[in-house]
Design a protein around this ligand. Structure first.
Ligand SMILES: *Cc1c(COP(=O)(O)O)cnc(C)c1O
Length: 454
């Protein structure tokens, strides 16, 4: 047995194409609907918000989509990203399983998010756009887009969910360091933000509200487009660079995953790792078991309904079919801000309906416990979001121990937690509350789903 712990690819092995799972799906995706007419929308309907190059990626069914050379040039600052074998964690757990993890915290922003921020900024700049507006939760996406905007000469305005803006001042400083403007949401700068504040001046915000504000700004300004950090097909597409690299690295390790684990907010890092492996399985290869891990306080895949819904709270976006808690649902505040979204990526939701993946939910204390165990064994302090993946991987390793199975587990460590140490402090002080979402609010949000004839 090899005792190697780190698997590195050469720069020349940086993928040249993204992988589009839409080419291999046994059933096509349900159409995206216009919120007024309830008819399928076409590429032109999205043109006020996105450049045509990204819209065409959104609807493409080509298996491989080329990564432009200027994008690969920026990626080379930190990619290919390392794959590790977690020998020490295996020992601590006493498991016969082999645990591998792909580490995305090596990017300048500290997470996987630049994998999509860089190409989104590139394609917008290429289309002559001057400014990007976006939302952010914990600040990972906002800081990634701020960096990407700077690299391709675009102004960036970020609407940050109010609770995270207050909890994570360093993320805001990072966005400003990269030259972006960061505004707490709900804000007084948009019509929708003002409406929300009029109802509840101390509103903690949500990703759904921040998206509404950012979309409103893009829709009202000719020179401004909108950028989304997760959920959409083209974002998941960009993230497949994670899984494509990991496949090469698993070959280097002379191993192949039986189980793949990732954390899911909107689903982009999870899909980024899992989709290339799922596609390999759909084309006749071995099909690993795929486990999505979500927060118990915002459980779209395990408790949500598979239905058409809006992507935002103000109902400015088209309708997509996805697992949703209802667009008016506001999850309770918890530290994994990047996982506080009411819906799940339509592509992941579709894969779940096709039986291609499983989902589980854990509380934040369960996840921090796992993250601390991981940090003490492997050295890397995971982001609170990534702790969900760590928890999921540890559960799988302990199952292997109970069943006496030497399975191979691969998970995505989506980012480091260096900007989240106040959350760790609260955990050590015993101050993390596992707040349950409000069942009545969930029932109400679900009963308010738009009605779409079958
Ligand atoms: C944003 C974020 C997530 C959640 O977003 P996905 O689109 O579901 O990947 C997970 N981990 C980290 C570190 C993040 O920054």
């Amino acid at each position: 047995m090899s005792t190697q712990t780190k698997y590195l690819l050469q720069e020349s092995q940086l993928p040249k194409f993204w992988y589009n799972i839409q080419a291999d799906l046994p059933k096509p995706m349900p159409p995206v609907l216009h919120p007024g007419t309830l008819q399928p929308i076409g590429p032109d309907d999205l043109a006020p918000l996105f450049p045509m190059s990204l819209i065409l990626q959104e609807v493409s069914t080509e298996r491989e989509i080329e990564i432009p050379e200027p994008v690969r040039e920026v990626f080379r600052l930190w990619r290919p990203a390392p794959l590790f074998r977690a020998h020490r964690l295996e020992q601590v757990l006493g498991t016969p399983a082999r645990i591998f993890y792909k580490y995305e915290g090596v990017s300048p922003a500290g997470s996987h998010k630049p994998n999509s921020a860089i190409p989104q900024a590139f394609f917008n700049a290429q289309a002559g756009v001057k400014r990007l507006s976006t939302e952010t939760g914990a600040g990972q996406w906002g800081s990634s887009l701020a960096m990407a905007g700077q690299m391709f000469g675009l102004d960036v305005t970020v609407y940050q969910v109010r609770v995270s803006y207050d909890q994570k001042p360093y993320r805001r400083a990072l966005m400003e360091t990269y030259g972006a403007r960061c505004i707490p949401s709900p804000s007084n700068e948009t019509e929708y933000g003002r409406a929300v504040l009029a109802q509840r001046p101390d509103h903690p915000g949500s990703l759904g509200i921040a998206i509404s504000e950012a979309v409103e700004v893009a829709a009202k300004n000719e020179d401004t487009k909108y950028a989304l950090g997760s959920v959409l097909n083209h974002v998941l597409l960009h993230q497949t660079i994670i899984g494509l690299e990991a496949m090469e690295q698993m070959h280097m390790a002379d191993a192949w995953p039986d189980v793949i684990v990732g954390c899911t907010g909107g689903g982009s890092n999870f899909a980024g790792l899992a989709f290339p492996f799922i596609g390999h399985g759909l084309r006749g290869g071995a099909q690993p078991r795929i486990v999505a891990v979500e927060p118990a306080a915002c459980p779209s895949l395990t408790r949500g309904k598979y239905a058409y819904d809006f992507g935002d709270t103000a109902h400015l976006t088209p309708l997509t079919k996805m697992h949703t808690l209802g667009s008016t649902f506001t999850p309770p505040g918890f530290h994994a801000g990047g996982l506080r979204y009411h819906g799940m990526a339509p592509l992941i939701s579709h894969c779940k309906e096709l039986g291609l993946l499983d989902a589980v939910a854990y509380t934040q204390n369960q996840c921090f416990e796992a993250g601390v165990q991981f940090a003490r064994a492997e050295g890397i302090v995971p982001a609170p979001e990534a702790n969900h993946a760590v928890r999921g991987a540890i559960e799988e390793a302990l199952r292997c121990k109970r069943e006496g199975k030497a399975e191979t587990i691969l998970f995505n460590l989506s980012g480091h937690g260096h900007f989240d140490m106040s959350a760790y402090q609260a955990y050590f002080a015993g101050g993390l509350k596992d707040e349950h979402y409000d069942e009545n609010e969930l029932a109400q949000a679900l009963s308010g789903l738009p009605s779409v004839p079958a």
